[in-house]
Ligand binder design. Structure first.
Ligand code: HEC
Length: 104
């Protein structure tokens, strides 16, 4: 497990620590991944499930959030894709998924 690795190299640990994960997730992710990350059938993956977290390394999760999943309803949320999220926000979401807890 490489959970100590910051997937978005542009973000400092301090910037990541200052992101409020819960409101961010509620606004941008909950509709498709469930209020508690439990997933929505035939839509968003159960991001907080143990099975999902065991299946993906952080960089893969960060890549999906930043760039989206081709052919799925998952758009790229990274600013480089015209989305709303900074590298620090993406890293904070990845860290929260890794922790299994959508709060700081
Ligand atoms: C419009 C609905 C929608 C929204 C909003 C959305 N997602 Fe997704 N997301 C999806 C779908 C659909 C998939 C693909 C599921 C599949 O593979 O069948 C996906 C896939 C993902 C994956 C990759 C799963 C894998 O296979 O590794 C991650 C990570 C993810 N979403 C995180 C997020 C985060 C974090 C947010 C908020 C910033 C978000 N999503 C917002 C619908 C959404």
């Amino acid at each position: 497990m490489v959970s100590g690795t910051a997937p978005a190299a542009e973000a400092t640990a301090d910037e990541i620590a200052h992101v409020e994960v819960a409101p961010l997730y509620a606004q941008d992710c909950a509709a498709c991944h469930g209020a508690n990350g439990q997933g929505v059938p035939n839509l968003g993956t159960a991001l907080l499930s143990t099975a999902y977290r065991a299946r993906r390394v952080d960089s893969t999760i960060a890549h999906a959030i930043a760039d989206g999943v081709p052919g799925k309803a998952m758009i790229g949320f990274g600013k480089v894709r015209g989305g709303p999220l900074t590298p620090a926000q993406i890293s904070a979401l990845v860290a929260a998924i890794r922790r299994g807890r959508l709060t700081n």
